[in-house]
Design a protein. Sequence first.
Length: 156
Amino acid sequence: MGERREPGEKLFAANKKAYHDYFILEKLEAGIALQGTEVKSIREGRINLKDSYAIVKAGEIFLFNCHISPYSHGNRENHEPTRSRKLLLHRAEIRKLIGKSQEKGLTLVPLRVYLRRGRIKLELGVARGKKLYDKRETERRKDADREARMAMKNHS
C-alpha cells in the first residue's frame, strides 16, 4: 500500500480490507463531527472501519457503520457506537464527490483515521469494486513480490 505519513501523525485505524476489495482511484482528507466521548474513545484506539462507508445525503456526506466503542470512563452521556457521523469537507470537495459517487460503480470508502495537528481526520477514498479475478490477480502479484524479496534476501 505504501502510504506515507507526516511526522507527528498518529494512526488510529486503517481499513486494510478496502485495499483488498476496491481499486482506490482518489483519496481525500475529511474531518469528522464527533462527540466528546467519541474523541476520547478514538484516542484510546477503539475504532473499527471494517464495514463502514460514506454516502452523500442532502448535499452533505455522512459516514455510516463506523464502530466507535463506548468510552471506558464514560457515563450515561456516552455515545451510540454505530451512529451516522457527518464528514466535514469544503463545498467544492463535496460537489466533486457528489459527481463521483453518482458515477456507476464508484463508492466512497473510509481508508484510515488518524490524528493530525490535534484534529482527528478521516481519509476517504473514491473506489471502484474489484471482481473476484482482480482480487486473485492482486494476491498473485503480492505473493510473487514477496517470493522475489525472500530470494534476494537469501541470496545475499
